[in-house]
Design a protein around this ligand. Structure first.
Ligand code: 3H9
Length: 706
């Protein structure tokens, strides 16, 4: 380490009798080794310097401190550790004040808790979000927070990972004061001078009384343990957080700190930590598509939506929620009224759950206008077409958009499979055409595939990323192909699930194995939720072009032929009685499967849950690799984010490609080759996996390069 660097990053300046210690380590003043060393040294100096009577810690830039430096996890620890820095601050004989603007998160809040007094500006956001990274607050947070604000409030903060604003932090007792202005240094200085004038002592959080009501603390811990065991199924760190708070109640402060450290190190070593931190960085990397570096986005101040069905209405809600005016176009008044009703239904649902007020709904709806004429879209900056999934229909819509939209308007299609190049070439301005693939329900699902056709201009791609930010979506850049990234990979692992069903596993066993792996639902539950008729129509449309040598499982067709389309018809793979949404296994479906096995001449064999997941994941990973190999996804991490944000892939596993790395690509390849003995056409190893295994490399090695 270069010692001068710490001095640049952490500067100290004596103002009157107050040593102002400023952390300046963009972008978020994360507590990397140089910050820790600088801060430790500054406190040491303050402690011994007779000219210093108090210390004020502030962050330069927009944030106080965003936490420990996540990039250092897994690397050898260089001293001082963060707990040592916090203990040093707390032990200082002179009052230490933390003045917070912006984020004080994780280790950042732990620094503030170790300080003796805390002031925050109104824009501050405080929290202990370590749980979202598979960790627990490991620099005294699990010991100091309960002592300061009580076990119940501290557990809530640590188990939810939520950020609180200054007002709530003040009400909780996390901070002492909210500053009058956003000038954090000035506010901090005023407060510190007041403390000095009042001869305020170095008040230590370790001595605070938040756990003194032992019965209430114990009850809060037990309640949190019961709730966490139920809700955080499969997650490692939440119960460790509860254990750490129990140690805070039952052990001395120093023993509690030691216990916290042990639990923290267990979390650091867990694969879940690796998966969650991969997800954290991957979600930030996907934002850096090449076009966002080279082109300036066009201005988007108004949006048009063509189509008021479920998708169109969901997209409209997403745009309205972002404060954008939305013009919806439908073919006739009745359809338009239905489109409006779809939107209102979403808002009424939120009002019923007290998540929105009628006034908010009225304000959102005041931004909505509807029309049956495309001419109403003449002035909008961006149009999203969300009509029926049919090339001819879409091309007709685009011809109209080409006719009415102003020059420079972005023309987007929300297709989930169709060739966006073919749509683009049907208009006179292909450079303005892009795919924006939303996922249903579009106002809720985070994923937005930005589908980039060959002739689109870079600024239109950059605009799509900017729009995603406004709509609070996670954008992933995808190339044009059937199904783009997500649905293309989905088609392959769905086929693998169908093959296993025909070969002997029941759909109920497959769903259970997939849920046990961490998905919220199995593939057959998803099919029942989405409606079997949609997939059936697609299969019929594609029947003529299907490879006659490819295996085709007809079970879904037999089910659909009976009019069993899933939840909406009360029957699909599962039985749904009394309009319920939780299905039960259906013996008649099992009989259909038996009959189909017989027709296909298959003797059913037994699958363990592990067998099922090996095949399911091998299919997902192999097609994910093909998608990267063919440039449809920029990097493996783009596939990961697609599946984390749009397909319910368990976040703590980091995504399918991260999971593949954790299993080992050689193992995945060996599985694929084993399965290929039964069906070599379906199980063709991706050239990318073969190449990486030959080079003893992994998917992670490709994540840096794009
Ligand atoms: C912890 O503290 C453990 C301790 O309890 C115990 C230790 C012993 N480290 O999100 P943004 C990067 S665990 C390193 O786009 P925003 C980020 O990757 C930590 N880097 O900005 C990005 O880099 P790039 C607990 C970090 O303004 C850039 O900063 N803390 C860290 O939208 C900008 O990030 C957390 O979990 C970090 N800690 O939001 C908080 N944080 O430009 C995690 C960010 O190269 N951070 N980066 O892509 C956040 O929630 C947000 O970043 C924050 C700013 C709200 C702070």
């Amino acid at each position: 380490m270069n010692p001068e660097l710490s001095e640049d990053i952490v500067t100290s300046e004596l103002r009157d009798r107050i040593l102002v210690v400023t952390l300046d380590h963009p972008p978020v003043n994360a507590l990397g080794i140089h910050v820790r060393r600088g801060l430790f040294a500054a406190i040491e100096a303050a402690h011994t310097d007779p000219a210093v009577e108090a210390v004020l810690i502030v962050g330069a830039g927009r944030n106080f401190i965003g936490g420990a430096d996540i990039r250092e996890f897994g690397l050898p620890l260089l001293p001082p550790s963060l707990p040592e820095v916090c203990n040093r601050i707390e032990a200082c004989r002179k009052p230490v004040v933390a003045a917070i603007r912006g984020a004080a998160l994780g280790g950042g809040l732990e620094i503030a808790l170790a300080a003796h007094y805390r002031i925050a500006t109104a824009t501050a956001r405080l929290g202990l979000p370590e749980v979202t990274l598979g960790l627990l607050p490991g620099a005294g947070g699990t010991q100091r927070a309960p002592r300061l604000i009580g076990a119940k409030a501290a557990l809530d903060l640590m188990l939810s990972g939520r950020h609180v604003d200054a007002e709530e932090a003040h009400a909780l007792g996390l901070i002492d004061l909210i500053g009058q202005t956003d000038d954090v240094l000035a506010e901090g200085l005023i407060y510190t001078r007041e403390l000095l004038a009042a001869h305020a002592p170095a008040r230590r959080t370790r001595d605070a009384a938040g756990l003194d009501d032992r019965a209430a603390s114990r009850a809060a811990i037990e309640a949190a343990r019961a709730e966490t065991s139920k809700k955080s199924r499969g997650l490692f760190s939440p119960l460790k957080i509860v254990d750490a708070v129990q140690a805070a109640l039952e052990q001395s402060f120093d023993d509690g700190l030691r216990h916290e450290r042990q639990l923290f190190l267990q979390c650091i070593d867990s694969p879940q930590r690796a998966g969650l931190i991969h997800a954290f960085f991957a979600e930030r990397e996907v934002l850096k598509a090449p076009e966002t570096r080279t082109a300036r986005p066009r201005r988007i101040a108004s949006v048009g939506v063509v189509g008021g069905g479920t998708m169109g209405a969901g997209i409209a809600v997403a745009a309205l929620d972002a404060g954008l005016p939305v013009t919806m176009v439908e073919r006739d008044e009745a359809s338009l009224a239905r489109g409006r009703a779809h939107i209102e239904k979403v808002y009424d649902g939120l009002i019923a759950k007290s998540r929105m007020t009628p006034e908010d709904k009225a304000a959102a709806m005041s931004r909505w206008t509807g029309s049956t004429s495309y001419d109403a879209l003449a002035a909008v900056d961006l149009v999203i077409e969300a009509v029926f999934e049919d090339m001819a229909v879409k091309q007709t819509v685009f011809a109209e958009l080409d006719r009415v939209c102003k020059p420079g308007a972005v023309l987007a299609t929300n297709t989930s499979y169709l060739d966006v190049d073919a749509i683009a070439t049907s208009v006179s301005r292909p450079a303005d055409v892009i795919g924006l693939h939303f996922f249903s329900p579009a106002n809720i699902m985070k994923l937005l595939e930005v589908v980039v056709p060959s002739q689109v201009s870079s600024d239109v791609v950059a605009t799509a990323f900017e729009l995603a930010k406004k709509l609070r979506k996670v954008p992933v850049r995808a190339g044009v192909c059937d199904g783009f990234i997500g649905n293309r990979v989905l088609a392959v692992y769905r086929a693998a699930a169908d093959y296993m069903m025909e070969d002997g596993a029941s759909p109920y066993q497959i769903d259970r194995a997939v849920r046990e792996f961490g998905f919220p639902m199995g593939p057959f539950q998803v099919a029942d939720l989405a409606g079997g008729d949609i997939g059936w129509a697609t299969r019929k449309r594609r029947a003529a072009t299907r490879d006659p040598n490819a295996r085709y499982v007809q079970i879904a067709d037999r089910i659909c032929e009976r009019g069993w389309f899933g939840q909406k018809t009360g029957r699909g793979y599962y039985l749904y009685t009394d309009g319920g949404r939780v299905g039960t296994p259906d013996p008649e479906v099992e009989a259909i499967i038996d009959a189909e096995r017989e027709r296909a001449g298959i003797t059913p064999c037994a699958f363990t849950d592990e067998d099922i997941m090996r095949r399911y994941m091998a299919a997902m990973i192999n097609e994910g690799a093909n998608v990267v190999h063919q440039g449809v996804a920029l990097r493996p991490l783009d596939v990961d984010v697609t599946f984390l944000s749009g397909y319910g892939f368990p976040r703590y596993r980091g995504g399918p490609m991260k999971y593949a790395d954790s299993v080992g690509l050689a193992t995945v390849l060996a599985d694929i080759r084993e399965f290929a003995q039964e069906d070599p056409l379906f199980w063709q190893p991706s050239p990318l996996i073969v190449d990486l295994v030959e080079r003893d490399a992994d998917f992670a090695s490709l994540n840096q390069s794009a």
